[in-house]
Design a protein around this ligand. Structure first.
Ligand code: FCB
Length: 457
């Protein structure tokens, strides 16, 4: 299907997209805490990210999402930007603490009202809403009761899913339960570099199981409340062994089990990968929950940014692997290696591993941070983002040519926003945001993408 030969190449000519089916979904992605601001408006409760960001030393320059992009008040402007860009879809997240301020009890009408208005405005603009239920902003009260270390949180999450879908599934047809549970487990509870900032190392593994159980229960709840398309957004990294020595190969396999397959196998095969190398593992009753976790999915969301290179750890280390820096590739502003072939490798790898059990794939996130040089004319020349997106769309076409069923591609992100522990220091947007004035300025990549989308349908 891909006709890249006609499109690639720079030298004065900007790269162009190949032709895609008119049904292919093109979107931008954001999340609530990263853009909304207005953290005390409309009865919103406190989330773990409010607490974490307010704790000295946790985020760069002590920055928080208190104001962020002020999207809560400026959503009309942001929707107009998307309509002009020409995307068919918008992936955003609902803030659990807006809908259930303490993570239990009835829905907060003012919180739901914001999403009502947002969804109506999207539909009026001809844009399909794709809602994520959980993009990391656990209500603080739920965390205080144990957070994802507690099995009860899975049930709380399913109750919240019911409230959200009962109110919104008449207009939101596409639902994502969790965003990147692996990051919540590893960074939120394992290393403590993300909220809630726990440092449990391998003791964090129950949070993987409880999130997956929450996903299964929420999937059932969403369907019961009328949701049409239900999926999850998992982050995957192709894992490269640093050498062919058996120790490095085994270490890479162990890392892949932890990072990729722990969060995908239970969903798609109903079983956990072999995690015998872990001394503290999953909760004892994990096996009983597997049928609930393995609910049929309508799509599988993939967030792809970069691969991991792994070697065996020194004897006596707590973990059997070590990350090795990937050299020989360009890097984004956040220093992540730019490896478009890794997207193809991931897509083909998922298809080979799961075969008929794999539903159609949506790329629910892909993008990069750039330094965004401003020109004398006031435009923002993010050529690196154009090259990044073009190369990744080409890799995606390559995978589709190999038979991978990809139905959509969502760019992270519409706007520069609060990049978690990095604060406002990393800019992932197609649209530049001046955080002093809240002025939005579409970057060169936005104008380029607009031309591609006009030409691809
Ligand atoms: C992903 C997150 C998203 C954003 C991008 C850069 O891991 O899902 O919120 O921070 O990384």
């Amino acid at each position: 299907m891909a006709d890249l030969a006609a499109g690639a190449g720079r030298d004065g000519l900007q790269p162009r997209f190949p032709r895609f089916s008119a049904h292919f979904r093109w979107g931008t992605a954001t999340s609530a805490y990263q853009i909304e601001g207005a953290v005390t408006e409309g009865g919103r409760g406190r989330s773990v990210w409010d607490t974490f960001a307010a704790t000295p030393g946790k985020t760069a320059r002590g920055e928080t999402g208190e104001i962020a992009c002020d999207h809560y008040r400026r959503y009309h402007e942001d929707i107009a930007l998307m309509a002009d860009l020409g995307v068919s879809d918008y992936r955003f997240s609902l803030a659990w603490p807006r809908i259930q301020p303490v993570g239990a009890g009835p829905a907060n009408p003012a919180g739901l009202d914001f999403y009502d208005r947002l969804v109506d405005a999207l539909l009026n603009a001809g844009i399909t809403p794709v809602a994520t239920l959980y993009h990391w902003d656990t209500p603080q009260a739920v965390e205080d009761a144990g957070g994802w270390m507690s099995r009860d949180t899975a049930h709380r999450f399913a109750d919240y899913a019911t409230l959200a879908a009962e109110a919104l599934s008449d207009r939101i047809r596409w639902w994502i339960t969790l965003n990147e549970p692996v990051i919540v487990t590893l960074l939120g509870y394992g290393l403590g570099t993300h909220a809630p900032g726990r440092n449990l190392m391998l003791g964090a593994l129950p949070t993987a199981h409880h999130q997956l159980l929450g996903h299964g229960l929420a999937t059932q709840a969403l369907r019961a409340a009328g949701a049409e398309h239900v999926g999850i957004a998992n982050n995957h990294m192709p894992v490269w062994a640093d050498s062919q020595h058996s120790e490095d190969v085994a270490a890479a396999a162990a890392f892949a089990d932890l990072y990729n397959w722990l969060f995908a196998d239970p969903l798609l095969t109903g079983a956990y990968p072999d995690l015998r190398w872990l001394d503290r593992g999953l909760p004892e009753q994990a096996a009983v929950d597997l049928p609930t976790i393995a609910q049929p999915l309508d799509f599988y969301g993939l967030n792809y940014y970069s691969p991991a290179r792994i070697r065996a750890a020194a004897p006596g280390s707590e973990l059997p692997f070590e990350l090795v820096e990937i050299t020989g590739y360009p890097r984004t502003a956040s220093k992540w290696p730019v490896v478009p072939a890794g997207l193809r490798e991931t897509l083909v790898g998922l298809t080979e591993r799961y075969r008929d059990a794999l539903p159609p794939i949506l790329i629910t996130e892909n993008g990069c941070s750039t330094a965004d040089p401003a020109t004398a004319e006031g435009t923002i020349d993010d050529q690196d983002r154009i090259d990044f997106l073009h190369a990744h769309v080409a890799a995606l076409c390559g995978a589709m040519d190999e038979g991978v069923d990809v139905r959509g591609y969502f760019i992270w992100s519409l706007l520069d926003n609060f990049e978690w522990a990095e604060g406002y220091g990393q800019r992932f947007g197609l649209v530049h945001v001046d955080f002093e004035t809240q002025r939005r300025t579409p970057k060169a990549s936005y104008h380029w993408l607009r031309r591609q989308l006009a030409g691809t349908a």
